[in-house]
Design a protein around this ligand. Structure first.
Ligand SMILES: *Cc1c(COP(=O)(O)O)cnc(C)c1O
Length: 472
């Protein structure tokens, strides 16, 4: 590049820099005004300054400015809009971790809202007026449902496992089958959790086959427990062996060790009745002789985020007294939602009330009928068809298992021909709509799976699709 063209470029950059609008001008812009009214100038001005600074940087490095107003409005839109607004999950993944896992029942949501809005008898005995335990109700319900003597709720299952290991195994050894020294996603790795608790991991057996005698040979003076971890999100098939929980309980108890089971998704109902594989249930683990069983509140239990621990009363009491228990305790809204969710099981109404079970249990014919209604309502606006598809349970449970489902398929060709819309752009508009709709792009079509859309969302979904097409 010779000197004159370098100079010309600088002049162009200087021209672009000089043409940038002033902060006050942007503040007065008719498109920005509503944000100033909603958020106040104190929130909007720093955003304008950031966008201008970023634009200046872009001009200096690339010689191009981009559209300042568009960039600004995108930032302001995000600031004004709550991130955790309700989304329509049309992905066909029932327990979608990125979409907040299990939605809770109407009754649980109401109980959570009430607990948040008002004072509650969280730690007071209404009978005597004296201080009471915040876990009494949850413990009672868990015991009724699982056959365990007592139970406890903490912040999540990762915390539950950490608390159990910290309380009973710190400074001692814990036996784990080599096939179970696993990562469950989102940073939960069994070897790391053990290390964090101060316990020493002793891997036994091999990746595919572990026998009772492998555990037995590894027991020493130092051993505190056998930890068994459910393979939530993967499978090992073929030439495999893993002792049953009963066998492990017998061995552990013969040597004065604890048997701790991390059962993962916390199913209380049998998934096999829906044509899925059988996900181990909490009550089975207790019946098999596990001393402590840990599981999540917001996977197949279908409640709010929580980690639950059930087992022998004397052990649960020791967990409650550990200093870590205070640091990871569940808040009152979670406890209110959990108690309501557990009561659905006690009353035998879990399948009708709890959204994850409603979705799993929905008959294909009912899904097809709803999907046909969506298609009929949209028929005049866009070519779409009702297609057979497969939904999954997700949330690190039942890997490889699918539920037959039905989806509305909107083909890319029709979007292009009638609206000049690309498939990705249409998917983006659906995501950015109100409420956002999350589908999946497959075979040049946008697929909206009916299994994970609650029937009460049907109307809103159709309206959202119309809006994304630009029809109001
Ligand atoms: C999901 C899962 C966890 C982590 O539970 P969170 O509630 O997400 O903390 C731990 N162990 C197993 C086996 C799991 O499936």
């Amino acid at each position: 590049m010779d000197r004159s063209s370098a100079g010309a470029l600088d002049a162009e950059r200087q021209r672009l820099l000089r043409s940038l609008p002033a902060v006050s001008t942007l503040c007065q812009h008719p498109a920005v005004r509503p944000f100033v009214d909603e958020l106040g100038e104190r929130a909007v001005v720093p955003v304008i300054q950031e966008v201008l600074a970023a634009t200046r940087q872009t001009i200096l490095t690339t010689g191009q400015a981009g559209d300042v107003l568009t960039a600004l409005l995108r930032e302001l839109e995000q600031l004004a809009r709550p991130r955790l607004e309700p989304v329509i999950n049309a992905t066909g993944v029932v327990i979608h971790t990125n979409l907040g896992r299990a939605p809770v029942s109407e009754e649980a949501a109401q109980a959570m809202a009430d607990a948040a809005r008002r004072y509650t008898a969280l730690e007071i005995e209404l009978e005597t007026g004296r201080r009471g335990g915040r876990m009494a109700e949850i413990s009672r319900l868990l015991s009724l449902l699982t056959g365990a003597e007592a139970g406890l709720a903490v912040n999540n299952n990762a915390a539950a496992v950490l608390l159990v290991l910290s309380t009973f195994c710190a400074g001692r050894a814990v036996l784990v089958s080599r096939s179970q020294a696993v990562e469950i996603g989102g940073g939960f790795r069994i070897p790391d959790v053990l290390r964090q608790s101060g316990a020493r991991l002793v891997e036994v057996g091999t990746t595919n086959r572990t026998y009772v005698r492998d555990y037995e040979a590894a027991i020493s003076e130092e051993t505190a427990a056998i930890l068994s971890v459910h393979w939530s999100n993967f499978r090992i098939i073929g030439f495999t062996h893993q002792p049953s929980l009963e066998e492990l309980a017998e061995l552990a108890h013969a040597h004065g060790l604890l048997l701790i089971e991390d059962v993962g998704s916390g199913a209380l109902l049998d998934t096999a009745q829906f044509g899925l594989a059988h996900e181990p249930t909490v009550q089975e683990a207790i019946a098999a002789g596990a001393d402590l069983v840990c599981f999540s509140g917001d996977k197949l239990l279908g409640g709010p985020q929580a980690g639950l621990i059930v087992g022998r009363r004397s052990l649960i009491e020791r967990l409650e007294r550990h200093p870590l228990a205070r640091a990871i305790r569940a808040d009152k809204t979670a406890l209110a939602g959990l108690a309501t969710t557990l009561r659905h099981y006690v009353r035998g109404e879990a399948m009708e009330k709890i959204p994850v079970w409603r979705m799993i249990a929905a008959p294909v014919a009912a899904l097809e009928e709803r999907c046909r209604n969506w298609a009929a309502e949209l028929a005049a606006s866009v070519d779409c068809s009702v297609v057979a598809t497969e939904a999954t349970v997700g949330g690190g449970s039942l890997p490889g298992e699918t539920l037959p489902s039905v989806a509305l398929a909107i083909p890319a060709v029709s979007l292009q021909a009638r609206y000049g819309l690309g498939l990705e752009e249409f998917a983006r508009r659906l995501r950015l709509g109100r409420p956002p709709v999350i589908g999946r792009v497959e075979d040049e079509r946008l697929m909206l799976d009916a299994r994970t859309v609650l029937p009460e969302q049907d109307r809103v979904l159709v309206t959202a699709i119309r809006r994304a097409l630009g029809i109001t």
